[in-house]
Design a protein around this ligand. Sequence first.
Ligand code: GLN
Length: 485
Amino acid sequence: MSDLTDLTIEEAHALLQRGEVSSVELTQAHLERIEAVDGLIRSYLTVTAGQALDQARAADARRAEGEDTPLLGVPLSYKDVLCTRGVQTTCGSRILEGYRPPYTATAIEKLEALGAVMLGKTNMDEFAMGSSTENSAYVVTRNPWDTERVPGGSSGGSAASVAARLAVASLGTDTGGSIRQPASLCGVVGLKPSYGRVSRYGLVAFASSLDQIGPLTRSVTDAALMLNAIAGHDPRDSTSMNVEVPDYTAALRADMQGLRVGVPREYFIEGMQPAVEAAVRAAIDQLAELGAEIREVSLPHTDAALPVYYLVAPAEASANLARFDGVRYGPRVVAGSMWETYRQTRGQGFGPEVKRRIMLGTYALSAGYYDAYYLKAQKVRTLIKQDFEQAFEQVDLIACPVSPTTAFRIGERIDDPLQMYLSDVLTLAVNLAGICGISIPCGFDENDLPIGLQLIGPAFGEEQVLRAAYAYEQSTDWHTRVPAL
Ligand code: GLN
């Protein structure tokens, strides 16, 4: 039944609808493949096999009673930063080992209401801090295209699970690139919605003004279907916006007539792998073939995105992670005094990258430095946002690379934090501006490693992003290649 694990959501839905396959069969096929392949890939931290089959049976029963939605009975994976009631949620950290949340994230709750099946929780960089998934306290996830290489991060487990056919689709989170970058490195579709498009309730916060939940899928249509399911206002997250949710699949059209696409000159940077630049430039030519009008645009504050992000994100993280004290969640190291208990619990529970971020953030927020670092960063963040606003007066979309390189080798960047931070230099500004972006497959390099094209839209411009992504996808066959495992 191995072909059952090759289906997109759209294809699985068609088979389920016609009664040619049941959700139990589909789920079983994925569980068997996880059993066979995930020992190598290590995309999952937790596999919820029993619960998945219960949910699949329930989905089959609902379908037998005439219910029919695209996600009913479709098996998915979720990044382990999303709370799942009663199911261990670690954020890739020892400090939350064994933690079972008493509630489920809104995005997952919405998928479950539509009958989606949860296969399990995927590996990630600890608290979503990283670009390779090597910062997980538990396992190293391998790239399905080359198991000596990283899948990207921080949603590396989610991206690898989708690329390796260990889930039909997945939810990840993106604070500075953590959906788009692993999607690019694993050759799948990854959509970061606009800030406020999807509820963050039940997403364990890293940087609250930047975090968004979004889908990783094997087609653009599937990304639209997932966004349909998870978008919308949630009274439990005051930053989720009360903006109507369109049917995103209705936006998908095979042409780009009338769309103006901007190519930012600052996004083809020194040190970029030549194969990446070549593939992205060829993809932009293809957009023109499809009827788009291509214009050069400038985003003059692009250089500031990395320093601004590495002040704002750690500052917010240092505050958000203060709650992990061994009293309220996860394991506790009991020591002589209260302070010593906190110190040892946090000292042993957090890994080196998380500690580095907490220190950076605490420093940036400390009296005497706040104005020079944090406040200044917020001001420059506004300039970055204005760059995009001005660009979107001239164009509907922006096209550029996702990652300066394809998947790098395990261990290659782990001892050099700056080198690792540079992995996201082309994705961070989108989060700082609160706008949306997608990564779609647009080619392969000399080592047969996937390359991603980034399409960026204005706030709540997901429809035009998906439309262009779909038109491109339909006119190419990059997305049809499957890693040999
Ligand atoms: N790699 C970036 C970081 O380490 C972005 C991570 C993310 O988007 N969660 O912070």
